[in-house]
Design a protein around this ligand. Structure first.
Ligand code: NDP
Length: 306
């Protein structure tokens, strides 16, 4: 039995090192040097070449090397009965929450305005805080922590998800209540998984349901956002500005109009990066669970797509 790492363009050696530290006996094959595909029962993936998993006749488990699984589920050749797991990890959650809290505070305390004032030596003490109500679209592992931490900072927070939830400390909507949700908030944090239902959700029709001047923070996936619609929504005033970590095409092409928009702050998909040291134990745990035929940890629901 062996574990294959398939993450083209990324350095797999740090993963090998962490896996070996946890289980020195494990047999690891790193793509593209897979000499015995028939031995591979577990694969761990990031942006694998589509169709490649059909090379492994004895595959029993697919592990994402990150929190998202959209990069796996877009490969339609993967048999529907193979379980898929993802990373849920405190370090990942803390980084994401810190990023979003930073973005909310920067907007609330208008850091761009004061940076521009400084350049022109302007001392303007008027209206130092923008009153905000933060809407978190997707209150799962990451969005749930963001909502809790913002609540601790005494922000008004409203969440929205797919299913009913109880015992939350903030107002929560689900299903088709997006209109109500958007009418109450003026910062929107997109923390959704990328699924057929959520692809392109941040479009002009959606933005026109927002309160004028809503600030957008997208840290989920680039494909949630119709990028030209954001430019229109900025021009129409529904959106006042945006902090974006993810884009339709990454790296963001140099000729992309976002680079020239002062209302948009760009970061290069770094909101929260998987730490191999923190993520390796759960992959190795699941590798051992294949050996013992036990249920997996952090398994996603193939039907829901997250
Ligand atoms: P979870 O699966 O834990 O949470 C997803 C949440 O979204 C759930 O609350 C779910 O609702 C909700 N949801 C799903 N579909 C819909 C829908 N159609 N309408 C409304 N709500 C919906 O995911 P995580 O929080 O762990 O991660 C979210 C995403 O963040 C990842 O999939 C990944 O794409 C992205 N990410 C980005 C990173 C970056 O660096 N930029 C780093 C890590 C992750 P319910 O609970 O009711 O099912």
């Amino acid at each position: 039995m062996s574990l294959a790492i398939i993450s083209p363009g990324r350095d797999a050696s740090v993963w090998v090192e962490n896996f070996k530290k946890l289980d020195p006996s494990i047999d690891i094959q790193v793509y593209p040097d897979i000499s015995s595909p028939e031995k591979v029962e577990v694969v761990t993936l990031w942006n694998h070449p589509s169709g490649i998993l059909s090379d492994f006749p004895n595959l029993k488990l697919i592990c994402s090397m990150g929190a998202g699984v959209d990069h796996i589920l877009t490969d339609e050749s993967i048999p529907s009965d193979i379980p898929i797991t993802r990373i849920i990890d405190d370090k990942l959650t803390i980084s994401m929450t810190n990023y979003v809290v930073m973005a909310v505070l920067n907007h609330h305390r208008q850091i761009k305005r004061y940076q521009a004032d400084q350049l022109r030596r302007i001392w303007d003490m008027s209206n130092p805080e923008i009153p905000v109500t933060v809407g978190v679209l997707g209150v799962g592992e990451l969005g749930g922590d963001i909502a809790d931490k913002l609540l601790n900072l005494r922000f008004e927070v409203i969440g929205i998800g797919n299913s009913p939830k109880e015992n939350l400390d903030y107002e929560y909507y689900f299903g088709d209540q997006i209109h109500k949700f958007l009418s109450k908030i003026n910062i929107l944090v997109c923390m959704l998984p990328l699924t057929p239902e959520t692809e392109g959700i941040l479009n002009l029709e959606f933005f026109r349901k927002c309160q004028k001047g809503t600030y957008l923070i997208n840290v989920a996936r680039g494909k949630h956002l119709i990028e030209e619609d954001l430019l229109t929504a900025l021009d129409e005033g529904y959106i006042s500005g945006a902090m974006l970590d993810v884009f339709q095409k990454e790296p963001l092409p140099v000729e992309h109009p976002f680079w020239n928009r002062n209302e948009i702050t760009i970061t290069p998909h770094i909101a929260s990066v998987t730490n191999p040291g923190a993520a390796a134990p759960q992959i190795i745990e699941n590798y051992h669970r294949v050996q013992k035929s036990q249920p997996f940890i952090n398994q996603i629901n193939r039907k829901r797509g997250y």
